[in-house]
Design a protein around this ligand. Structure first.
Ligand code: TMP
Length: 216
């Protein structure tokens, strides 16, 4: 029987198109939950571990035009497997709230819907890499294509092009990513919270707090 006073972790992921503001919102939610006395671990995919950061550089370097769709797929899951074992599982077992910037839903929509890889293959790799670990809550910050492209462009102008390989994909690619996200949210309404990302940072943060407070 499980111990009723044992801490229970909660695995919450943030998803959305490039430029939707999820990284900022993740930090704001982490700060809010810490103020409420929760232990919070923040992580990111790809790149939440030292090995993951090395994989991230390969994945997002715009010079790596030769990378094949299956290679890309396996590298995303390689980073994720490391993060699950090294950071996410141990933190959940210790009772922390784990906030992860992207997870397998990103692979389903970017490599599945965007690149046209078979969703069943993505699910198979997820079973190997994540060993059954699934987010309890996923906050999808939804923005339209124009907002996504203009914010990603501004970010690349400000911070350089070192991570722009996926941003450089066509508008059709990004449109299929958005459709894929909305379809996932519709198919799993109990897990997904969909928030309109076009409002101000403060308004979006308040909506996320309200939506997750009874879950976390
Ligand atoms: P980020 O800039 O939000 O950290 O995401 C990095 C890029 O990697 C972003 O363009 C989405 C892409 N990506 C995938 O294509 N598949 C994945 O599984 C993940 C996690 C990210």
């Amino acid at each position: 029987m499980s111990n009723p006073v044992a801490p229970s972790g909660h695995f919450l992921t943030f998803e959305g198109m490039d430029g939707c503001g999820k990284t900022t919102q993740l930090r704001l939610l982490a700060h809010h939950l810490r103020e409420q006395g929760r232990n919070v671990v923040e992580t990111v995919e790809p790149g939440g571990t030292e090995i993951g950061r090395q994989i991230r550089r390969i994945l997002l370097d715009p010079a790596n035009t030769a990378i094949q769709p299956r290679t890309e797929l396996l590298l995303y899951f390689a980073s994720r497997a490391q993060n699950v074992d090294e950071v996410i599982r141990p933190a959940l077992d210790a009772g922390s709230v784990v906030l992860c910037d992207r997870f397998t839903d990103s692979t389903l929509v970017y490599q599945g819907c965007g690149r046209g890889l078979d969703a069943a293959v993505v699910h198979d790799l997820d079973r190997i890499a994540c060993q059954g670990l699934r987010p309890a809550t996923t906050v999808l910050i939804d923005i339209d294509l124009e907002t996504s492209l203009s914010r990603a462009k501004r970010r690349n102008e400000r911070y350089g092009q070192s991570e722009s390989r996926i941003d450089d994909e066509s508008a059709a690619f990004h449109e299929s990513v958005r459709k894929g996200y909305l379809a996932l949210a519709t198919s799993e309404p109990a897990r997904f919270v969909v928030i309109d990302g076009r409002a101000s940072v403060g308004d979006v943060a308040n909506k996320i707090r309200e939506a997750v407070q009874n879950r976390v």
